[in-house]
Ligand binder design. Structure first.
Ligand SMILES: Nc1ncnc2c1ncn2[C@@H]1O[C@H](COP(=O)(O)OP(=O)(O)O)[C@@H](O)[C@H]1O
Ligand SMILES: CC(=O)N[C@@H](CCC(=O)OP(=O)(O)O)C(=O)O
Length: 299
């Protein structure tokens, strides 16, 4: 090596940046919605990586919007308070007391924790819930569960579980225009004036659609959608998703994920990706390199 030959490690860094160039050009000015799941939040190191990735997105001209979950954390608080809880079709049955606790955990501690991580990474996060500035208005979900004996769906009252029926993204646009990163908790006001607990995937998909997001990422604790043999499915369209739901390959928390991905891409989001949040910098690898991972849902 001559004296002026660059250090190979530095050269590799420069090559990484040039590899990212076409993606940087493609996404400048675009809105990306990132759903950060409660299971992906467990490890503080990974949480710091996640916050750095979000701040980096903003630094390269993308408008990131974070929508977070917190199912395991709500579960832990309910347990501490001695309140029973059950899930039907991936949704938590939510009575009035559970709705209060869910709001406290989601819009309180978790929301502010994420805002704190973003701050530590040098960004300006602003934590809100769907209630703020009328961002999301919800209606009660009509829960259904198939009866394994008859195969006939039975009606289940999920209580204060809502689905977004109107999204007013103006607060998100204002925050982004001022250089703030919105961090949204999945709680919303109902048209009936009650507080509704919304599955975070569903909330994120509705926001992605309303904002005309180019990309919608769901960070979770699995590699993506797995087939019956446990292998990763890298590519799915709405018909493929319907087939996996019909044959029972997709269950529990994966149900709202794939449903919200399909709704988002059908509403004009270019692509939705279910990603493994346990992999450091999973989102950056997906966006800026040719080594994307996870399950891509597209029309
Ligand atoms: N076909 C499938 N592929 C991958 N995960 C699945 C599938 N069917 C059900 N799941 C479950 O969905 C879970 C992810 O949903 P969830 O626990 O709600 O995560 P999060 O808290 O990130 O929203 C996985 O950990 C897995 O147990
Ligand atoms: C109605 C409903 O199920 N709401 C969810 C909201 C949090 C959530 O979705 O968190 P994850 O993304 O971590 O699963 C709940 O109460 O657990």
């Amino acid at each position: 090596m001559t004296d002026n030959a660059p250090d190979p490690a530095l050269l590799a860094k420069a090559e990484t940046l040039t590899e990212a160039l076409p993606y940087l050009q493609r996404y400048a000015g675009a809105t990306f919605v990132v759903k950060y799941g409660g299971h992906a939040m467990g490890d503080p190191e990974l949480a710091r990586d996640f916050a750095e990735d979000v701040v980096l997105l903003q630094a390269v001209g993308i408008n990131p919007i974070v929508v977070h979950g917190g199912g395991p954390q709500i579960g832990a608080m309910l347990k501490r308070l001695g309140v029973e809880s059950e899930f039907v079709g991936g949704l938590r049955v939510t009575d009035a007391e559970t709705a209060k606790i869910a709001e406290m955990v989601l819009a309180g501690s978790i929301n502010k924790e994420i805002v704190g991580w973003i701050g530590q990474a040098g960004g300006k996060g602003v934590g809100i819930s769907g209630k703020d500035a009328g961002l999301v208005t919800a209606e009660k979900v009509q829960g259904r569960e198939p009866n394994p004996l008859s195969g006939i769906e039975r009606h289940v009252d999920l209580g204060f579980v809502g689905e977004p029926v109107a999204v007013d993204p103006s607060i998100l646009r204002s925050l982004a225009a001022q250089g703030f990163i919105p961090v949204v908790a999945p709680i919303a006001m109902g048209v009936d004036g009650h507080t509704y607990n919304i599955n975070a995937d569903t909330m994120a998909g509705a926001i992605a659609a309303a904002c005309g997001a180019k990309r919608f990422f769901l960070l979770t604790d699995v590699a993506g959608v797995l087939d019956k043999a446990g292998d990763l499915m890298t590519d799915l369209d709405p018909a493929g998703v319907a087939a996996l739901q019909a044959d029972g390959t997709i269950s529990g928390g994966m149900i709202p994920k794939v449903e919200t991905c399909v709704a988002a891409v059908q509403a004009g989001v270019d692509a939705a990706v279910i990603l493994d949040g346990r992999v450091p910098h999973a989102m950056l690898l997906e966006i800026f390199t040719r080594r994307g991972a996870g399950t891509l849902v597209h029309v």
